[in-house]
Design a protein around this ligand. Structure first.
Ligand code: SF4
Ligand code: SF4
Length: 326
C-alpha cells in the first residue's frame, strides 16, 4: 500500500495517460481520476498498461492493477495452487493433441490462455520454430500478470517468476503472449516474444514459400516494443500490410470491449487475415461476430512452412493463403 501511495503522490495530473487510455476513449475509465483514488470507473479499466507507457512521472498501471484487485475482490485462484495456471483447461482445449517437444534450443512458454483455451497456438509455434531448424522444450506456468496476483507482494511475484524460469543457461525463453513477455522481463528474466525471436532468424523466414496475403497487424496493448518485430516477420514472409494504425481489443471489459473491437475491425478493413501477438486478442478476434479471420504470428510462420493444422480449431475459418516458392 505504501508503494501505491507514493506512486499516487508522484502523479502531476498532466493527463498524458488519458490520451492513450483505450477505455477513456470509449467513455470508460479515466486514469487521472483513478490516480486520485476515485474508484467509480475502475470496472471499465482493461488493465492494459498503456497509461504507464505514456507516463513520465509515475506508474499508473501498477496503481490501477491494485485497484482492480481490490474492487473486484480478486484472490490468487485455486487453479494456480493446483496446476500452476490462473485458469483450468477448458473441455474444448483438452481435445487438442499436445505438441511434440523434441529439443532444447528454446524453452517455449505458452502461458495460461494458450495452454488452457487455445493450445493449438502452441502446436503452431513449435512448428514455426522447427522451420528455422531449432527444437523446443516447454516452460509451463503462469507469468502472474492478472490482477488477482497483486495479492502477493512484488518480491513474491518476482521470486516465483525466477523460480519458473529456472537457472540461467543461455537457452532463450520464448513466449506466445506479450503480457507474459512483459512480466518475465519486469523480473529481470531474459524472455522474448516469439515475433522478436522469429525476426532474429529473418533469413530463414525469407527462404520459406512467399505468402501472398493482405494482412492487418494488431500487436495488442501489452505489446511494448514488439510492433516492429511483427511488421518485420510478416513482411519477411511476403505479406502486404494493409493497416497503419492498431489498438487494444478491450479484453472482456464491460461496455468498452465491443466498441474497441469495432474500431479494430475498421482498421483491418481489406485484410485477408488479422495477425495478432497475444492469445487474448486472438480469442477476441476469433469470436467477433462477422469478423475478419485471425491468426497468431506463430501460426502465420507455420502456414508459410506448409503446416496449417492449427486452423481447424478456429471459430472463424481462414481463407486458403496462396504460397509461392521464392
Ligand atoms: S499518471 Fe502520469 S500521465 Fe497520468 S496524469 Fe499522472 S503523471 Fe500524468
Ligand atoms: S490500464 Fe489501460 S484501461 Fe486501465 S487506466 Fe491504464 S490505459 Fe486505461
Amino acid at each position: 500500500m505504501e508503494k501505491t501511495a507514493k506512486l499516487r503522490e508522484a502523479c502531476v495530473g498532466c493527463g498524458d495517460c488519458r490520451e492513450v487510455c483505450p477505455s477513456y476513449g470509449c467513455g470508460g475509465c479515466d486514469p487521472v481520476s483513478l490516480m486520485v483514488g476515485d474508484y467509480s470507473g475502475i470496472h471499465a479499466c482493461i488493465g492494459c498498461g498503456l497509461c504507464s507507457r505514456a507516463c513520465k512521472h509515475t506508474d499508473p498501471h501498477y496503481v490501477v492493477m491494485e485497484m482492480l484487485r481490490e474492487a473486484k475482490g480478486l484472490h490468487v485462484p485455486d487453479s494456480y495452487r493446483s496446476c500452476g495456471m490462473v485458469i483450468e483447461p477448458s473441455e474444448e482445449s483438452k481435445t487438442v493433441p499436445s505438441p511434440k517437444f523434441d529439443g532444447s534450443d528454446v524453452r517455449l512458454m505458452p502461458g495460461c490462455v494458450v495452454k488452457c483455451r487455445v493450445p493449438f497456438l502452441e502446436n503452431a509455434a513449435v512448428s514455426a520454430i522447427k522451420t528455422i531448424g531449432l527444437g523446443c522444450g516447454e516452460l509451463e506456468g503462469c507469468c502472474l500478470y492478472p490482477a488477482a496476483f497483486r495479492e502477493m507482494n512484488d518480491e513474491e511475484r518476482d521470486s516465483r517468476r525466477r523460480e519458473l524460469a529456472g537457472p540461467v543457461d543461455g537457452t532463450p525463453i520464448v513466449t506466445l503472449c506479450t503480457g507474459c513477455t512483459m512480466e518475465m522481463v519486469s523480473s529481470g528474466i531474459d524472455a522474448l516474444h516469439i515475433s522478436e525471436f522469429l525476426l532474429q532468424h529473418v533469413e530463414s523466414l525469407k527462404s520459406l514459400p512467399r505468402l501472398h496475403a493482405k494482412v492487418a497487424v494488431q500487436p495488442g496493448c501489452t505489446s511494448g516494443k514488439i510492433e516492429s518485430a511483427m511488421f518485420g516477420v510478416v513482411r519477411a514472409l511476403g505479406c502486404t500490410v494493409v493497416n497503419e494504425v492498431f489498438g487494444c481489443c478491450g479484453k472482456s471489459t464491460k461496455d468498452v470491449s465491443e466498441k474497441l473491437m469495432l474500431q479494430r475491425q475498421k482498421e483491418c478493413d481489406g485484410a485477408d487475415v488479422v495477425v495478432v501477438a497475444c492469445p487474448t486478442c486472438f480469442r477476441k478476434y476469433d469470436s467477433f461476430d462477422g469478423g475478419i479471420p485471425v491468426v497468431h504470428i506463430g501460426e502465420l510462420v507455420a502456414i508459410a512452412a506448409g503446416d496449417a493444422s492449427s486452423l481447424c480449431y478456429h471459430k472463424i475459418s481462414i481463407p486458403k493463403l496462396e504460397r509461392k516458392i521464392p
